[in-house]
Design a protein around this ligand. Structure first.
Ligand SMILES: [Zn+2]
Length: 123
């Protein structure tokens, strides 16, 4: 297939297929973890082939280093350290670090705005 950006409908189907694969991976993990790792691999193949991102809700559910499916409390743990979400993969001991400073700033801004609105109301 040609390289480059895919049409919208193709991307939609790819997204749906990745979602299905990850759902299966989650269901299968307790019974057959190897199979769920394989599902992640397939989803990643779709992602590269169709040049689309892994769905947002699943992006933290696999290891960026060894590409295995991660189940929090089973083969990974999550810690909040210095404004970052640290997701540790117990398969390869890789730690994924996702900053949450944006959310923190947004919260701060929302607080300030509500304060300003209150100020205005009091005038
Ligand atoms: Zn890993």
């Amino acid at each position: 297939m040609r390289r480059g950006k895919r049409p919208r409908w193709m991307i939609d189907i790819a997204q749906e297929r990745m979602d299905i694969l990850f759902s299966l991976a989650e269901k299968e993990f307790s019974v057959n973890p190897l199979r769920s790792h394989r599902y992640v691999e397939l989803a990643r193949n779709i992602s590269t082939k169709y040049n689309t991102k892994i769905p947002l809700k699943w992006r933290r559910r696999y290891c960026k280093n060894c590409h295995k499916f991660l189940q929090t409390g089973k083969n990974s743990n999550v810690r909040l350290i210095s404004s970052e979400v640290h997701i540790k993969c117990h398969e390869c001991n890789h730690i994924m670090k996702i900053p949450y400073i944006k959310e923190k700033k947004a919260k701060r801004r929302a607080k300030l705005e509500s304060y300003l609105i209150q100020e205005r109301a009091n005038e």
